[in-house]
Write a protein that binds this ligand. Structure first.
Ligand code: PRP
Length: 215
């Protein structure tokens, strides 16, 4: 697979982050009209004038595309970056998509955490959960990987607690759960392929500079 030197390629995490990322890029004069058509099934979009390409990918795949150089630049959440642990440069905190990674559960679970009991932790982020409990809290836990609607797990008795993203807190509230411990703050980040950062340093640094100015 050859690196396309003429274009800078962006991999954007599908959904809200991609939308916000395109708004941010528009404010520095980078647009991609063909990406705005909601009925389109196209996967890759090109701005011929600026020699830019954009594609949307599932969030956990964005750091992978960037590590292998299939994209020079990625926009993805810090949660995904931590979970995937790929060799990329994280160059910018874009600010949007702000939320927190937390240990949550029913209020009673607080005692289980305090006494370092062997508990079950359900999460979409097994790597983050493992690092937090094993390396930071020195607590042995049983981690159960789920793929969504994590809040269900303690409600139906699959786990004692969950490790998940809390944004407004309304999912927790509406399901009788609370934040028990905070792991870290999250937001969207810009990541760059390590080779691209050297080979395309001029274009990439100019882009980073322009974004920094408006943040
Ligand atoms: C995320 C997260 C929580 C919720 C938090 O889920 O996993 O469930 O949003 O937001 P809140 O604090 O504003 O309620 P998402 O909707 O992305 O879907 P998922 O549960 O299927 O992962």
């Amino acid at each position: 697979m050859e690196r396309d030197m003429n274009y800078l390629t962006f991999a954007l995490a599908k959904g809200r982050l991609a939308k916000k990322a395109m708004e941010l890029l528009e404010s520095i004069g980078i647009t991609c009209e063909e990406m705005k058509d909601p009925s389109s099934r196209k996967l890759i979009f090109v701005n011929e004038d600026l020699k830019l390409k954009f594609f949307l990918a599932k969030a956990p795949d964005v750091p992978t595309y960037v590590e292998y150089g299939a994209a020079d630049i990625g926009v993805v959440g810090k949660d995904t970056i931590m979970e995937e642990d790929r060799r990329n440069y994280e160059v910018l905190n874009l600010g949007f998509g702000a939320c927190r990674m937390c240990v949550c559960g029913p209020a009673e679970a607080e005692e289980l955490l305090k006494h370092h009991e062997m508990i079950r932790v359900a999460t979409k982020y097994p790597h983050i959960a493992k690092d937090y409990f094993y390396n930071r809290k020195l607590q042995t836990v049983d981690i159960i990987k789920l793929n969504g609607s994590i809040e269900l797990a303690p409600i139906v008795g699959l786990s004692d607690v969950i490790v998940d993203i809390v944004e407004t807190g309304s999912t927790l509230r509406e399901n009788g759960l609370v934040v028990l411990e905070e792991i870290c703050d999250l937001s969207a980040r810009m990541i760059v392929n390590q080779v691209s950062m050297r080979m395309e340093s001029e274009r990439i640094n100019e882009l980073i500079g322009k974004i920094k100015e408006i943040l």
